[in-house]
Design a protein around this ligand. Structure first.
Ligand code: NAD
Length: 429
């Protein structure tokens, strides 16, 4: 129906629906209107506090000099230093980085950790660059950002195509400039360079905690709960493993190259071993192969999209049969699809809440680095659970009080908290 309505220029309509900047704006507008946020504060929160573009000259392995363009955006510093990942990809744009930075502001505010939102990116193709070239890009990019990052200003983390090693290079470059080791300048570092225990599983574990809360709310028994997970990487793989351990039945796993089904449940740890050995989930003998395009629409209790953005959109949202949608990925649902899911009565645990376990343990990493005192994994997981459970309750209670769906509630709560901090500081008075 909705696709019909947009048919005259449906490609353009879908492009708009998938545009990250417009998606962020749609959610912001909805929440700001519902909150009755005054025009001045809307203006402040609509524009990033700082956008920086750098052109990084880097010598390639073959001796040629190349110039890469990089960005760092700090959306809001009202509640603390900016926090957010750095991605390396050929299609990075300033608009995308701006949208993702604002997303981080709302995510940190929803889980009530003392950070604002930031994001960064370098336009490059890691698939064709050597480790040495990536190291040179990372170090030069860091040197260009030296005045705007730091434990008290802006704390980057890994994102698409960046990892622990990238963070170690950033930490080292920053420390060289500061003439002292500053581990708290980035999170997502290797354990023996000031990383936190529990960080690798944190996002998937956060998904588990909020899903358990949703099951409890609807008096559903985890042992009777059927789960479908899209994306068997860091977030989806860990969420599947932990949900299986909590007694749920992971009936389907969807990857880019195929999908698996077993009505009795798939053992994610055994599948992970198979994937590590073969490079794919396809051919796993303990489950049957099913159509990867249809698997997301299986009847289930919990659907965890944990692969990429815009997978649930105006063209397919009506086919989702899950009772609970736990958004492991960032932006898996478009703003247009929100309305369809709401009409279908699907209980959505929105991305800025569901996948906030990662940034929460990043916060713990920053705290531990600054204390120089490291926690055991039990303490990390216990504190993560406390934050995720409280945040779930905050969002759901807020939604019920204001009679809005969970995503609107999460954004309203976040906007409210950031606006309150701005008013309290009085910096714009
Ligand atoms: P990842 O690369 O480890 O895993 C993604 C997985 O999805 C891969 O196995 C990939 O093969 C699969 N995939 C890609 N396209 C697919 C498709 N069309 N259908 C099915 N599967 C597909 O990445 P990740 O770190 O798990 O991140 C996944 C999502 O979660 C992203 O949106 C990311 O921004 C978000 N996220 C990640 C973290 C984190 O801590 N890693 C935190 C918050 C949000």
């Amino acid at each position: 129906m909705i696709l019909e309505a947009t048919k005259p220029d449906s490609d353009a309509a879908l492009d708009r629906e998938f545009n990250p900047w417009l998606a962020a704006e749609a959610r912001f507008n909805e929440a700001a209107t519902l909150l009755g946020l005054d025009d001045g504060l809307q203006k402040v929160l609509r524009s990033p506090a700082l956008e920086m573009t750098v052109h990084i000259p880097v010598q390639l392995d073959d001796g040629r000099l190349e110039v890469f363009t990089g960005y760092r955006v700090q959306h809001s510093l009202a509640r603390g230093p900016a926090k957010g990942g750095i991605r390396f990809a050929p299609d990075v744009t300033l608009d995308e980085v701006k949208a993702l930075a604002s997303w981080m502001t709302w995510k940190c505010a929803v889980v009530n950790i003392p950070f604002g939102g930031g994001k960064g990116g370098v336009i490059c193709d890691p698939a064709i660059l050597s480790q040495n070239e990536l190291e040179r890009i990372t170090r030069r990019y860091t040197a260009e950002l030296i005045d705007i990052i730091g434990p008290e200003r802006d704390v980057p983390a890994p994102d698409m195509n960046t990892n622990e090693q990238t963070m170690a290079w950033i930490m080292d470059t920053y420390s060289m400039h500061k003439r002292t080791t500053v581990t708290a300048v980035v999170t997502g570092k290797p354990l023996n360079l000031g990383g936190s225990r529990g960080r690798v599983e944190a996002t998937g574990r956060g998904c588990l905690f909020v899903t358990l809360q949703a099951l409890r709310k609807f008096h559903m028994d985890p042992a009777q709960t059927k789960v479908v997970v899209q994306g068997f990487g860091n977030v989806g793989g860990k969420a599947a493993k932990l949900m299986h351990k909590a007694g749920m039945k992971v009936i389907s796993i969807i990857e880019w190259d195929g999908a698996l089904y077993n009505s009795n449940g798939i053992d994610p740890e055994a599948l992970m071993k198979y994937k590590q050995a073969t490079g794919t989930v396809v051919g796993y003998p303990e489950a049957e192969a099913i159509d990867k395009h249809q698997a997301m629409f299986l009847e289930c209790d919990v659907l965890v999209p944990a692969a990429k953005e815009n997978v649930i959109h105006s063209g397919n949202a009506s086919k989702i049969q899950a009772k609970i949608l736990c958004e492991g990925a960032n932006g898996p649902t478009t703003a247009v699809a929100d309305k369809i899911l709401e009409e279908k009565g699907i209980f959505v645990i929105p991305d800025i809440l569901a996948n906030a376990g990662g940034v929460t343990v990043s916060y713990f990493e920053w705290v531990q680095d600054r204390q120089g005192f490291f926690w055991n994994e039990q303490l990390v997981n216990g504190r993560l659970e406390e934050i995720m459970v409280n945040s779930f309750k905050d969002v759901v209670d807020y939604g019920e009080r204001h009679k809005v769906h969970n995503r609107a509630a999460a954004y309203m709560l976040a906007l409210d908290r950031v606006a309150f901090a701005i008013k309290l500081r009085g910096i714009y008075a």
